[in-house]
Design a protein around this ligand. Structure first.
Ligand code: BG6
Length: 487
């Protein structure tokens, strides 16, 4: 049941951009195909480019038809009829006024800012001046919200002057991913894990977000941000929060977000000394990924750069549940494979009854949650290896595996784009999977501490060959604490 009136239109700022065309329009199309879009729902795309609606629809068709799922003619016709394009400078009152005819009878549009954060404030002021920011409007913001605590506060304050917090939907598209939500189900819809989910039983946690792509022509943005601000501040800290948070009272937006923010507040601040012990920065140099020779980051950027494209660090959560349990986070571009994975390493059994011969076979349990490319949950368990043996039972670690794709194959098992879930939630006004202002700011506060510690410690990115798992320091980092990356 929708909690608030359904939105009746989306206005897509940055409508001709990559995100809007590849992700947002595709997600809206699939929502339409599955009957989730309200009947008269309008899609207004706007950007500076002067273009007719017909031309924009043709562009959208080209992008969508290139997807592997293919287009259904009847759905496409219905979908295309919803689209209107407005070429305008959205930062001006005149630009905002020009959206009105395209909105037609829509009274509760939501505004999706798929544009540079530096324009957020001006666009919102223009919307307010044009009378388009009413109590019923919702505004959706893409990350990054700022570049540090100060700039994010600036954006939040400016938007807060126009919209109430419950009208602002800050997107972190990782929260729209099926397996990320499944983490909530895994933890709180089973009795099995929760009693073990603490420092008595868990040895450490690893979160890896590895990408094979390089930065390419996104470098003007990326060079200002780097892996710490582009990935760790948002996606990775959100994953960490979902792993570490206390059970929320219910799935209401504030119940969940209150628990996440407590985790962020419990993250131990980095000091200058810890920066070198507990973190590694890297930057890719030329190498080979997927059999292809690829350029280094500086060649793509065309100049020297002190920006990291890889970061690995140890985070500590100072609370009762997690005291003493390291969280190792690692993310990088131009890694050997695309992999987003959370690995929960349990402690070894306190004593082996199996004798000396089996000692080396005894492996501590591990729960692996694969988010990408495959969606899978695997729990490694010790078994007796079949057959006869001398000198003690032979043991073997085997995975209990729940391949989500295979399990749901044939049941509408198309892999959804993360934005489908999130757009549908905005339409219904459900903010559970969106990031609240205090979460963004707490995440920045901690990340600023890491960045400051790096500056004080003069920690520069170490080179790593594209196609490798980062600089050797990343291995030394985790080994220093007696662990290994779960590759
Ligand atoms: C974005 C980052 O937020 O997430 C990109 O800005 C990154 O640098 C992307 O490539 C990764 O998203 P996904 O869904 O492909 O893991």
């Amino acid at each position: 049941m929708p909690r608030t009136p359904q939105a009746d239109a989306i206005v897509l700022f940055g409508g001709t951009g990559d995100l809007a065309r590849r992700m947002l329009l595709a997600s809206l199309y699939f929502l339409d195909a599955d009957g989730f879009l309200p009947e008269d729902f309008r899609i207004v795309a706007t950007a500076r480019a002067d273009m007719t609606t017909e031309a924009f629809v043709a562009l959208a068709h080209k992008t969508l038809a290139a997807r592997s799922e293919g287009l259904d003619d009847a759905v496409w016709r219905r979908f295309a009829a919803r689209i209107h394009y407005v070429g305008a400078d959205a930062t001006t009152r005149d630009g905002a006024d020009r959206l009105k005819p395209a909105l037609g009878d829509a009274r509760r549009p939501f505004f999706y800012l798929a544009i540079s954060p530096s324009l957020y404030e001006r666009v919102c002021v223009a919307l307010a001046d044009a009378g388009l920011a009413t109590d019923e409007t919702r505004i959706v913001l893409e990350k990054p919200i700022g570049r540090d605590l100060e700039t994010s506060r600036h954006i939040n304050v400016a938007l807060g002057a126009i919209f109430d917090e419950d009208q602002i939907f800050r997107i972190d598209h990782y929260l729209g991913k099926e397996t990320v939500q499944n983490l909530i189900a895994l933890r709180f819809a089973n009795t099995l894990f929760e009693p073990l989910w603490n420092n008595l039983t868990i040895d450490h946690v690893q979160i890896t977000v590895a990408e094979t792509e390089g930065v390419g022509d996104r470098w003007p943005y990326y060079d200002e941000y780097g892996a710490l601000r582009d990935m760790l501040q948002n996606h990775m800290l959100q994953l960490l929060c979902l792993v570490a948070m206390e059970p929320p009272a219910d799935m209401e937006p504030d119940s969940v977000r209150n628990e996440k923010v407590k985790v962020l507040r419990s993250l131990r601040r980095f000091t200058r000394v810890e920066a070198t012990e507990k973190s590694v920065r890297g930057q890719y140099t030329p190498g080979v990924v997927g059999g292809q020779a690829v350029a280094g980051y500086e060649a793509e950027r065309g100049d020297k750069s002190g920006t990291e494209t890889f970061v690995a660090l140890r985070a500590d959560i100072d609370n009762w549940r997690w005291a003493g349990v390291p969280f190792f986070l690692r993310t990088g571009k131009r890694m050997p494979e695309k992999r987003t994975q959370i690995s929960i390493q349990f402690k070894p059994v306190p004593h082996s009854i199996f004798g000396q011969a089996s000692m080396h076979d005894l492996v501590a349990n591990r729960l692996i949650i694969d988010l990408q490319p495959d969606e899978d949950i695997r729990l490694s368990l010790m078994n007796k290896a079949p057959g006869l043996s001398q000198g003690g039972m032979r043991l073997q670690s085997l995975p209990l595996s729940l391949s989500l794709l295979r399990t749901y194959e044939g049941a509408g098992g198309r892999r959804r784009i993360a934005y489908e879930r999130l757009l549908l939630d905005v339409i219904h006004g459900d903010a559970t999977l969106f990031v609240r202002r205090d979460e963004v700011e707490e995440a920045w506060r901690w990340v600023d501490g890491v960045a400051d510690a790096w500056t004080e410690a003069k920690l520069v990115p170490k080179p790593y060959a594209a196609g490798s798992w980062g600089p050797s320091g990343a291995f030394a980092l985790i080994e220093r604490f007696g662990k290994d990356w779960s590759d």
